[in-house]
Design a binder for this molecule. Structure first.
Ligand code: CDV
Length: 311
């Protein structure tokens, strides 16, 4: 018996700085309805899907920064997403800026949640690999201040039994780090959902658009193949507040092949029937971890961050 989960990647076009949550949520519910009409059971939205990608601005007023964050999830403005999940029988992955009071202080995370088809939050992930910088950088045409506005995630890379399979999450820059996928691979992950906000151009170095798209795809394809898992990568795309954001949302099979890909830079749905057992033969042969991993040689990966060349 096959375990097929029909998955939709719900790419979003740009969201303006002053676009109200209700408008973005309305666009997302429309995509959920389309996904349902195409038989999908799970929808993946981008990173920070409810607002514009605000880390591109240096903002000193914390109250203004906090306007991009959600202090409660769900809250009345995003409730239509949860209602649609229940009404349509659709699970979803949602990236958003999380503001939470924990351990007696206010904390800020770049977060994704997994919501099941009953509209219940069944998983949470907080972005581990925060790119960019913490102070204003005058050399950049736009800023990337994730290290200013967020703390690194503190939940690791958990996986969840949901939607009939073993699902994991990561967020944007995480996809470039093989450790992200391997930690989930070691928990038997079958589908990794991820959202991204990636500028088409490199803010600090010369790098062709073609190369940047290649790196985007290559990271997800390698993560998929090396762990025998589906990967669903979904963009916030198009010209957002003067910065061109990469599109190319895609669904990658456990073989590493891209099986569905967005063609536009706007709101667009891609759909594929993902057989959650399709990666089993990879997990049992070339990437049979129990048979082939040599952990006695991997110590540097968890004991050292930067490069230490030989003397
Ligand atoms: N939102 C991101 O994490 N973006 C990074 C950019 C800055 C390179 C990414 O890895 O796509």
């Amino acid at each position: 018996m096959t375990r097929v989960l029909t998955v939709a990647g719900a790419q979003l076009g740009p969201i303006a700085r002053d676009e109200p949550r209700s408008q973005a949520v309305g666009r997302m519910v429309a995509l959920m309805e389309k996904a349902h009409a195409k038989g999908a059971g799970f929808v993946v939205f981008p990173e920070l899907a409810l607002t514009t990608f605000f880390p591109r601005w240096f903002i000193t007023d914390q109250a203004e920064v906090d306007r991009f964050f959600e202090a409660i999830m769900p809250n009345p403005e995003v409730q239509p997403l949860f209602d649609a999940a229940r009404r349509l029988g659709l699970g979803f992955y949602l990236g958003y800026a999380e503001r939470v009071r924990e351990a007696g202080r206010v904390r800020h995370f770049n977060t994704a949640i997994l919501v099941d088809a009953s509209g219940a939050i069944v998983g949470r992930y907080r972005k581990v690999h925060l790119p960019g910088h913490a102070e204003f950088d005058p050399k950049r045409p736009w800023q990337h201040l994730e290290k200013r506005y967020f703390e690194p995630g503190d939940l690791g890379f958990p996986v969840f039994r949901a939607m009939g399979g073993i699902l994991g999450m990561c967020i944007c820059n995480d996809r470039r780090w093989p450790e992200t996928f391997r930690v989930m691979g070691l928990q038997g992950v079958e589908l990794v959902a991820l959202g991204y906000n990636t500028p088409v151009r490199n803010a600090v170095a010369r790098e062709s658009e073609h190369l940047r798209m290649m790196h985007n795809q290559m990271s997800m394809q390698a993560g998929a193949y090396q762990n025998g898992t589906w990967v669903v990568g979904v963009a916030k795309a198009g010209a957002e507040e003067g910065v061109d954001m990469m599109a190319g949302s895609c669904i990658v099979a456990p073989t590493g092949e891209i099986v569905a890909q967005a063609m536009t830079e706007g709101d667009e749905l891609i759909v594929y029937d993902c057989d959650l057992d399709a990666g089993r033969y990879i997990k049992e042969t070339v990437f049979n971890f129990a048979a082939h991993r040599r952990i006695e040689h991997y110590g540097l990966i968890t004991s050292q961050t930067g490069v230490v060349p030989p003397a």
